[in-house]
Design a protein. Structure first.
Length: 132
């Protein structure tokens, strides 16, 4: 087993799993219909999270994300896109950083990563409202 698989820094398992095996990574081709993008970043934490949600029939039909930062930041992006599939904008708007922290077992010193996720999702929803 290599060092990445062994979690040498002791991150919570939900974080480490999404960090080492992220799904829905990337972005949609420019001009893909129904896609909204939200991005948030923190210069202090040197983290950026970009979410792309493709809506079809008022629900999230497909998702992508890109993240730069610590394993917790990357895991937040991965969790949000997994969770958001099939959700309506109202359901997405109900997500709070506290729920992200609980789902991923994010430590207190990484609470800003959950806020980054909430901010990126809010930015995407602002984009959805502008196109509706």
């Amino acid at each position: 087993m290599n060092q990445i698989e062994t979690n040498p820094f002791g991150y919570a398992e939900p974080i480490w799993e999404r960090f080492t095996h992220p799904r829905h990574v990337g972005e949609f081709p420019a001009g893909t219909p129904g896609v909204v993008t939200g991005e948030a970043g923190s210069k202090a934490a040197r983290s950026v999270l970009r979410l792309q949600l493709r809506f079809e029939g008022g629900r999230v039909a497909d998702v992508r994300f890109r993240a730069y930062g610590c394993p917790s930041s990357i895991a937040v992006g991965a969790w949000i896109v997994e969770w958001s599939l099939g959700k309506t904008p109202a359901e997405l708007a109900a997500l709070r950083a506290a729920e992200l922290r609980q789902a991923l077992e994010i430590a207190d010193d990484r609470a800003h990563c959950a806020l980054l996720g909430e901010d990126a999702l809010r930015a995407a929803l602002t984009g959805f409202a502008a196109t509706s």
